[in-house]
Design a protein around this ligand. Structure first.
Ligand code: ADP
Length: 547
């Protein structure tokens, strides 16, 4: 497979000269771990439904990575071949990535929620040669689903199944036989280690606005983010990271899979989000850092409050990936006693704005941080001119961690000749350079020519005593073009109606034009496993529901 990562070569000389690209790969870091701390626990993985826990030291992890790498090579996988991995946060996910990195193969992480429609598009577009799936997860039979797809996927040569004992199992084909001891293993492993500018990860955007796009990253682009990220958060070898956000998303992948190895630290993987289990893990494994979106933070806060158990080891909770309502962060800070760091980022460049650990808590309540070293931001109007401080506009970034491009879609790369990448998000920046995301260009609501500040109104709704979750979406209107509808989930034992919301927002002194004119109350909010509310589903719902 040819990777057209056209955004890499033109930036290389400057990035290296500025010390922003480190010309290392995860292989170098894994080797360094084995040399420095072979017997340290590298990875602990909890299977919530089955109840089992498995641990790997760095020595065991490296041996297993080599074994799986040779196993993949025996299946015909080599340099630039795509290995699609549709696994929950299981140890096989981490080890598959490390194995791919040993032989120059490219991992394509796929969310376990993907079904035929998403999979057939991504596997075909990415020309995956091997697909790794669970035999079953949460009652769903993946093997059967894939069997129905194979006829349409000429590039797919092997489907490897985690679980079971068949001839196509992960154990039989990859992790079981001691391949690494065979005579040709060292030659295989030495032959095709990737360089720091080779594509190592192909990760698809969710495709809420059209076809999913295949984001290509190299070791240099990912590590250029992880190194300054860990420095700002003062993370090091003594840290224990909890990752319950899916590793098939960039959050889990960069900070739950790659970062712990780069720091010689330890990671604890949780495959199904259950706040009570997370709380137990934080306490038993002495977790010091985690990263997830706001719903995880809210759930954990509730679990701590209900069980009256403390989390004294948890120094920092980094919250990003979706709008971060200030009131929820404030409450979490008070209950957990943990420093809450707000951040913003995306698959294309990692988490690139974060507050500082020494910042006042208000920064986390009201901003999404300021750029890491090696990242510049610009809030611009439609013509690309910078907006004055405080004025919302399109958020552009120029980041050392910017991706290599979208696979076979270079015309969509969204990066201009000066390397400014248009993120598709809207933001304002304050005088100190801290940003606040105010919406996504595609989620914008324009009511009679007036842009509704969606995220701010949502944040206010979270202060309403009867509201547990809130989202504001547009619905078409003949006269004004669009109007705003509030979709909310009420707190248990509370009810909520439109007049009470209107009164509430008026008391908060919100401009009348910004106040939602419809209300839908739901039991749950459609959201991704990483905790993002799926506004496109809400818009669909609005189209099919009359007021
Ligand atoms: P997608 O959701 O488009 O597949 P990602 O998973 O990469 O892509 O998510 C990136 C998007 O998540 C950002 O473009 C932004 O819209 C949203 N996001 C991330 N962090 C924040 C934040 N702190 N506040 C608001 N939105 C955020």
């Amino acid at each position: 497979m040819e990777f057209d990562a056209v955004l890499i070569a033109p930036r290389r000389a400057q990035m290296v000269a500025q010390g922003l690209w480190h010309d290392r790969t995860i292989n170098d870091d894994l080797d360094a771990c084995v040399a420095a701390c072979p017997d340290k626990t590298a990875l602990t993985a909890l299977r919530v439904e089955e109840g089992g826990t498995i641990r790997f030291t760095y020595r065991e992890m490296t041996r297993m990575a080599d074994r799986i790498a040779v196993g993949l090579a025996r299946l015909g996988v080599g340099r630039n071949d795509v290995v699609a991995c549709q696994l929950p946060n299981w140890w096989q996910f981490t080890l598959t990535y490390l194995a791919c990195s040993r032989i120059g193969a490219v991992i394509n992480p796929l969310m376990h929620i993907f079904r035929e429609r998403e999979l057939s598009f991504m596997l075909k577009h990415g020309e995956a040669k091997v697909l790794i799936v669970p035999q079953a997860f949460r009652g769903f039979d993946f093997e059967q689903m894939v069997a129905g797809l194979r006829g349409d996927l000429p590039a797919l040569e092997h489907v490897v199944v985690v679980g079971g004992s068949g001839g196509n199992s992960f154990d039989a084909l990859l992790s079981g036989p001691a391949w690494e001891d065979s005579a040709d293993a060292q030659a295989i492993l030495a032959r095709s280690r990737p360089g720091p500018d080779d594509v190592t990860q192909l990760i698809y955007t969710s495709g809420t606005t059209g076809e999913p796009k295949g984001v290509m990253h190299t070791a240099n682009t990912t590590m250029a983010n992880i190194i300054p990220y860990a420095q700002r958060l003062r993370l090091g070898a003594d840290d224990v990271v909890l990752m319950a956000s899916p590793m098939a998303h960039q959050t889990g992948f960069m900070y739950g899979l790659m970062m712990p190895i780069m720091l010689k630290a330890s990671v604890v993987l949780q495959d199904i989000w259950e706040p009570g289990r997370a709380l137990e893990l934080i306490r038993s494994e002495r977790v010091s850092f985690t990263m997830a979106s706001t719903p995880f933070l809210t759930d954990l806060t509730r679990a701590v409050a209900e069980r009256r158990l403390e989390v004294p080891t948890l120094r920092t909770f980094l919250c990003a990936g979706a709008p971060i309502p200030g009131p929820l962060v404030e409450q979490a800070r008070a209950v957990l006693g943990t420093k809450i760091v707000s951040a913003w980022g995306m698959s294309e460049n990692g988490a690139v704005t974060l507050i500082e650990l020494d910042d006042e808590d208000e920064r986390a309540f009201n901003t999404d941080g300021h750029p890491l070293p090696g990242v510049e931001i610009k809030v611009a109007d439609d013509a690309g001119q910078a907006m004055p401080a405080g004025e919302p506009g399109r958020l552009l970034v120029r980041a050392c961690s910017n991706f290599g491009g979208y696979l076979r879609r270079p015309h969509l790369n969204g990066t201009d000749a000066d390397d400014w990448f248009d993120t598709g998000d809207l933001a304002r920046v304050d005088a100190e350079g801290y940003i606040r995301i105010t919406g996504r260009s595609k989620d914008v609501i324009i009511r009679g020519g007036e842009n509704i500040p969606v995220v701010e109104i949502e944040s206010l709704l979270y202060r309403h005593p009867a509201i547990a979750m809130a989202a504001i979406v547009a619905y078409p209107d003949e006269r004004l073009g669009e109007r705003a509808c509030a979709v909310v989930v009420a707190r248990p034992g509370h009810s909520v109606d439109l007049p009470s919301i209107v009164d509430f927002l008026k008391r908060e002194k919100v401009a009348v034009q910004y106040i939602p004119e419809r209300l839908i109350v739901r039991d749950t909010m459609p959201s991704t496993p990483s905790g993002k509310i799926q506004k496109f589903k809400l818009r669909e719902l609005l189209r099919t529901t009359t007021a």
